[in-house]
Ligand binder design. Sequence first.
Ligand SMILES: Cc1cc2nc3c(=O)[nH]c(=O)nc-3n(C[C@H](O)[C@H](O)[C@H](O)COP(=O)(O)OP(=O)(O)OC[C@H]3O[C@@H](n4cnc5c(N)ncnc54)[C@H](O)[C@@H]3O)c2cc1C
Length: 571
Amino acid sequence: MSTKQVKQKAQAERPLQKGITDETFAELESIVGAENASRDDVICQAYTGRGYGREIYWYAGLSSRPAAIVLPKNTEEIQKIVQMCVRRRQPYCVGGAFWLIASSPRVMKNMVVVDTKRASKITIDEKNMYVVVEGAPIIAQLAAECYKRDLYYMVPGGGGQCAVIGNFHVQGQGIFCYRMNPWTERRCNGAEWVTPEGNLVTMGSLQNGEDSAYIGGDPGPELIGLIKGQIAWWGCMGITTKLSLKLYPFQPEGFVPEGIGTKTVVALPPRVRYQNYTLPTEEDLVESMSKISREQICGAMNRVPAFWRTIAKAKGRQAFWDLWDKMTYEEVENTHILRVLFIGYTSLKQLEYDVQVVDEIIVKEHGGTARRTRQTDEGTFLYANVTGMWSITGFYASAVVGSESARCTLANEFELADRIEEEPYKSIYLPEYHERPWYSPFDLGRALYTEFMQFPDSQKIDPQDRVNFDANLTASNIEWMEAVCVGTQMKHGFSGLFGNGILNSSQEIGPTKHNYHIWIERIHKEFDPMNLANPPSLRTIDALLNLAPWLLNEEYRQTQTRIANSGWKDE
Ligand SMILES: Cc1cc2nc3c(=O)[nH]c(=O)nc-3n(C[C@H](O)[C@H](O)[C@H](O)COP(=O)(O)OP(=O)(O)OC[C@H]3O[C@@H](n4cnc5c(N)ncnc54)[C@H](O)[C@@H]3O)c2cc1C
């Protein structure tokens, strides 16, 4: 039986999904070919939006299955789909990799998902150090191609499995942003964009053709900011079909894989070296990090929290819990580890020089010690094995993500580390033993990036788990993420990345940040007047908060009003 026959048989056996007319679906099929369009319930279910891995929309009952999925093969087909959607008033949403489910249909029952995987293409210009990306190749693919050419690109903490273009739109940051510009639009030379109304626009130096796409920031108005702000539009601003992105000089040798399954690692080549250091206190760790950044040496560095070390030791789920249960407050309070990545960009001699300077700072000036460090990697260069470490309990738990000055970042994070020891939070989350979260310098120390994590038992917050579900725990979990974490960020002037409506409500954070959400809405309306590109997108958390207005308590409101009226400095 051909694929088409299998599909026809399956569709005949199952009732068709409501939400898209036969005429609209037939037109989609005529654009992409029948085998590249589906309105099968099972296939559509796989694309149902669940909420940035932390399943918040799903648990809150906000998610709906899309009405159809299409896989176009190039810009021409993408443009035709958008134009058809506009003509037929049909909502649509684009994505190309796993986290599409974070942003795809949540409330709308008649959404068409445009999956750009089939249009994937990577073209590297080695000499001029840039790549032109189309469709949805993933970052691990791009990274592997770069390493063959003595180049590298940013690999996000979330893993190499995300799409280059999707990640450009969502965040585009990882520890390599210590040296690379942390803001994706500034690593971008040009873009090709199908606007929400179906017009094709080229921006930056892609206007002069792909051969000239090595330079960013043309003279004259720069349009790229329209499609990308930090953690930008979540698919509600049309479809980016092509990007030219800068690549960066690396070192000559590749990475050799070793081991199998969960024990897969890569051996580090001679000009790439990891070294872990133990510092006497947290203050010594922060100061060492800042001194190293000031010397402008090394490839990256980050603080290593206790659960990462335990995961690395455990190599298995049960082994993790056995070890973690034995952890003590004393051990966590007294362990301060900085992991430094050395890269010999120009030579081995340069790497050795960097090591000497770091030893001088950490060992001689701050009384730290160099720990025994394996010269293998499973979580930095391709991030193949890394995703599990973000969801120890089956729940993606970063509630605070972003970068600010070291002062704002650390004040925010250390306060949250204290507050999570209070009830009811202490009993609903994995014990963290008063751990400080991980942080890492970006832009040679000008900004400090961080993520604050807390891990609830995912079974207890899933309403569909009839045995374990606990409504009180779910309420406290949402309160922690949407009220405590956001309120603390506002208080310390920490610009979290999540405040654009998809994970935290922009209406709540907006007043403390010059009401940026009003501008965003105005711009969006200008380009998408019929609101067809992934509605309601930036309003999803508002929908959640409307269900539970009590979450934003008096303390929260007072902080918001105080900062909106007098700013952070007058506290
Ligand atoms: C546990 C965890 C940790 C993470 N840590 C990091 C991190 O440290 N650094 C980091 O950078 N990211 C991080 N992320 C984000 C993640 O890794 C993805 O990069 C991100 O969510 C993008 O998802 P994706 O690549 O799967 O893209 P997709 O699923 O393709 O889409 C993501 C979003 O971009 C929009 N989009 C996709 N393609 C297009 C297009 N062609 N035109 C216009 N809009 C488009 C989609 O509508 C959607 O809103 C983390 C995520 C998780 C869950």
